[in-house]
Design a protein around this ligand. Sequence first.
Ligand SMILES: [Zn+2]
Ligand SMILES: [Zn+2]
Ligand SMILES: [Zn+2]
Length: 565
Amino acid sequence: MEYKSENRICQNCKQSFTIELDDFGFYEKIKVPPPTFCPECRIKRRLSWQGYRIFYKRKCDFTGEMIITTYHPDSPYKVYRQDIWWSDQWDPKSYGKEIDWSRPFLEQFKELMLEVPHASLATVYSTMVRSDYCNAASACKDCYLCFKITGGENSAYLNTVVDGKNSIDCSFLNHCELSYGSININKCYKTFFSQDCTECHNIWFSRDLVGCSDCVGCINLRMKQYCIFNKQYTKEEYHRKFLGLDFGTLEDIKKFQKQTEEFMETQPRKQFHGVKNVNVSGEYISNSKNVHDSYLFSNGEDLRYCQFLKSGGAASSYDWSFFGDKSELMYECCWCGLDSSNVKFSAWNYYNQNVEYCFGCHHSRNLFGCVNMPKGEYCILNKQYSKEEYHITVEKIKKQMKEIPYIDKVGRKYFYGEMLPAELAPWYYNEATVYEWFPTTKEKAVKEGCNWRNPDPKEYQKSTVQVPGHIKDVEDKILEAILKCIDCGKNYRIIRMELEFLRRFNLPIPLSCPLCRDRSRIKLLNPMTIFNRKCAKCGVEIKTSYAPERLEIVYCEKCYQQEVY
Ligand SMILES: [Zn+2]
Ligand SMILES: [Zn+2]
Ligand SMILES: [Zn+2]
């Protein structure tokens, strides 16, 4: 069929968005109709399907014991302890449903979501050692409150990490050790309060450094050592100056951060974070080819509107958030990947082929509208079909979904071709990943038809301790204390591993909770939105995630390279 690019009005936000010629080509290739939500509303809908870090205690509906889970105790879902959920002690097919052709298909999917037991957590639990309070995790040893992590050791409060060791309070780390308060760091050792750095060690309050060591408050340096605010010192001078710096109180840190920011405002930024790309647009993308309007991953090919994919072999996909890993032909998926192909409108699935409208189905193929069914084949609404019946019935459902769409509580229609509605997700807006990237108020979320979890007053008690200003004055008894976050008011604790780390590197006790700390780090990243701006040096038009009103001096790729190398 011949297409031209077309403007459409988003069903959700009523803004206009464009569907390009190539997009139509992709939709035709994977046999789906074009979307009715704009790209941003699509991301928000997808990210509503990942709840991974707000823990609750509730009963396991199989054993009756208390377990840790992301499912709120008052939520109407059945929850099984992970090892039970993965075992053959229950049968997901026993919940199989006949299709009721007179009612919207997704309404029947919704009922299944409420009936079939859910896994308490999403870890590869057999690879986790003494790391009970971690989720979306595998291969962790002695980790605490680490999330979206593959390979962790002796670490706490990490988010989105591959191979993190002896690190505390970091997000988006790859192969790092002994790091603190840092974000988007790759192959580094001892990085503190730093961002966008690769192959560095002993760096503090720095940004965009490559191959550097012993630097403080530096930006845009390559293969440098002993620098402070980009000024070169001798080894002796540097160490003398470094010894004169004390980061043992929050005030010291804030003061130094302010000084760093003022210095960095005078230094250029590259229009885009990422290297070794061909034909790429978006932000934080490396080693990729033909990737557009995407965010934060490397090694992708032929992708559009994709975010947060793990390194390695994500190809020929649109609208895919988390987690990648050798998969292709993915469309409107969240938390899906690992040797998967042709997965659509689904969440929390891996090792899957030809799967649509599924949640919690792993190692499966040819499933439609199934819930929590590992190792299934030719099933619809968890009911077994023969291969022939399956294909005929799926075509019939797609037609029926066009005639009788699911309509959510604010009137949005979900025909075949739309991602699962956010209101069917087991997590509320402020429990899911969407809240991290698109924070909002309860009023606004509810108005948009989202569910909102009210805080539990039991978690907002008074602090039982006066936290000393300097780390040298902190005694071990702080480990028994309850602290109260200065940002959100929620209670939190200091753990031994953390206290030892803070003492070792002379860092103060944080006054905000782990969640607020992570969220304030995420805010340091540039946004997903791309703006038009002019290069501050040569004036050429550039596309960048630095909004025009931001104070940074932004250079085009060419001018930046001339300045930096
Ligand atoms: Zn929209
Ligand atoms: Zn907080
Ligand atoms: Zn320029």
